[in-house]
Design a binder for this molecule. Structure first.
Ligand SMILES: [Fe+2]
Length: 206
């Protein structure tokens, strides 16, 4: 018997794209230790337990999210799969010494869609701060336009579009150790100092 056929491939926790201290002082190493090392890790581990022996066991993460979105009986799988994906996307949306001027191709689209980078940041901040409870703020591409949107809990634009370019995690576990209830301070520091415009530019559809 071919054992490869009966052994399901586990979804893996990708490594952080930076050192745990890389985002200080905006996000502390202590926050990343818990956020990546406990929260993100647990979503991946829980997902792997939930999909054992199911039709989702050998699917790529993106397919699991798309196949389970909106299906009540698969809500637990969707939530853990979407959280696993959203977190990896979030880590890549951040970088040491980020912020500043976006790459030219992205800046051109930001200017056309928002009238400038500052207005885009303002809308991202409003969406992130205005998301009631847990969720995510997103810069997305829809057709030739860029937009800001937000999702609740584990919801992700990956499931139904539009195309995500970058995201901000606004679950309390993303900022509570560093900022307590001051979500606005976390969001604005992130946008000014560690947002990864290069990652957003890489995600643009041509
Ligand atoms: Fe998170």
């Amino acid at each position: 018997m071919n054992t490869a056929a009966v052994q399901s491939r586990a979804i893996e926790l990708p490594p952080l794209p930076f050192e745990q201290s890389a985002l200080e002082p905006v996000i502390s190493a202590n926050t990343l230790k818990f956020h990546y090392g406990k929260h993100h890790k647990t979503y991946v581990e829980t997902l792997n337990k939930l999909i054992v022996g199911t039709e989702f066991a050998d699917m790529p993460l993106e397919s699991i999210i798309k196949e389970t979105d909106g299906i009540a009986e698969h809500a637990a799988i969707f939530n853990n799969a979407a959280q696993a994906w959203n977190h990896t996307f979030y880590w890549h949306s951040l970088k040491r010494k980020g912020g500043g001027e976006p790459p030219a191709d992205l800046k051109k689209l930001l200017d056309a869609s928002f009238g400038g980078v500052e207005e885009c940041k303002k809308q991202l901040s409003s969406a992130a701060v205005g998301q009631f409870g847990s969720g995510w703020a997103w810069l997305v591409q829809e057709g030739g336009k860029l937009k800001v949107t937000k999702t609740a809990d584990a919801q992700t634009p990956l499931a139904k579009g539009p195309k995500p370019l970058l995201t901000i995690d606004v679950w309390e576990h993303a900022y509570y150790l560093d900022y307590q209830n001051r979500r606005v301070d976390y969001v604005n520091a992130l946008l000014d100092k560690i947002i990864n415009w290069e990652f957003a530019a890489e995600n643009l559809s041509s």
